[in-house]
Design a protein. Structure first.
Length: 110
């Protein structure tokens, strides 16, 4: 992992943004398998957390963060501000696809 600071806020208390470099984005789409879908459907009926989906989402989040920090570093930034991460189900009834989308602004801070 790089030394890029990633913040969800647009400002950094105690630091000054000296240059706004540009937008960084990353997408991660995963196909969710039939067994995981079945177990999730079952949990919808009886209730409870879906550990398998949580694990997939955690992995996706890590990959998105890694990708945007690498982008920012290549752009010469040392921070990303205004970072947001969204998840969406983009599949059809026959095939589940889970997408994670991260975005932020690469900046230089002092």
């Amino acid at each position: 992992m790089s030394n890029i600071t990633v913040l969800t806020t647009p400002i950094i208390e105690g630091a000054k943004v000296t240059k706004y470099i540009g937008i960084v984005t990353a997408r991660n789409v995963r196909s969710i398998n039939m067994i995981r879908d079945f177990m999730t459907s079952f949990r919808d009926i009886v209730g409870g957390r879906s550990g398998s989906y949580e694990e997939v989402m955690t992995d996706m989040e890590k990959e998105v963060l890694l990708e945007i920090t690498e982008q920012a570093e290549q752009m010469g930034a040392n921070a990303i501000i205004g970072f947001g991460l969204d998840f969406d189900n983009i599949g059809s009834k026959n095939k589940s696809l889970l997408m994670a989308y991260g975005k932020g602004t690469a900046v230089i801070i002092e």
